[in-house]
Design a protein around this ligand. Sequence first.
Ligand code: KIV
Length: 262
Amino acid sequence: MNVFDWKKMKRSGEAIAMATCYDFWSAQILAGSDIDALLVGDSLAMVMHGYENTLHATIEMMATHTAAVKKGAPKKFIVADMPFLSFRKGIVPAMNAVEILMRAGADAIKLEGVSGHEEVISHIVRSGILVMGHLGLTPQFIHQLGGYKIQGRQANNREMIVQDANRLEELGVFGMVLECVDDITAHEITTKVSVPTIGIGAGVGVDGQVLVLHDLLGVNPDFNPKFLRKYSNLYDDVLSAVNLYSKEVKEKSFPRMEESYQ
Ligand code: KIV
């Protein structure tokens, strides 16, 4: 997968399948999958590190996880998130963060929002870096958004997201994530921009979908937003496997002779 494949898929209507990936072992599994691209999302601050939101992701964390994913899935297209404020302190700090992520193994970087950092986006693009935008529910703006809510429902909010999408395209992004945007707005943007739109909670009228790997695998039984389809029930599978192991250790049926070195 390279930048031309993204364009080709948009043109041909072939849906782009993307999932988050944060570590070496899951990257090794996804390396053999049909998934088109991997996202080292800043959601790793919550999923992997237990923080309450993505504001805790740092560039060091993002680089460590990106490098692990690159080692596990060297041939997959990897997008890495620019963490909170890393692109809001001026061009030089932003470019330092981009450099760290690209050297760690990213093929592209993703950043949230557009207003106020147009110059930075443009500079990154003009430096030869593939930039993915992220609009709608942008978790790095969680305090201003007042919670994890659907975006685009009010006319002024919808207009703003559509304008931001157009602006991102003008600035040269190669694609954009639309998170928790109502389906009409997401579809309108998808028809207006020439770059692929990747939805999460944005309905079917987009060019592709992205989900957090742990969510689609059913790792957290308490996380059940409307947009999520669980393709596995890993929580129960892991729990019963570990309980069976514990039981067999306690009843001394593990290990057997064949599992021991004589
Ligand atoms: O950080 C992340 O996982 C993301 C996806 C939810 C799109 O940005």
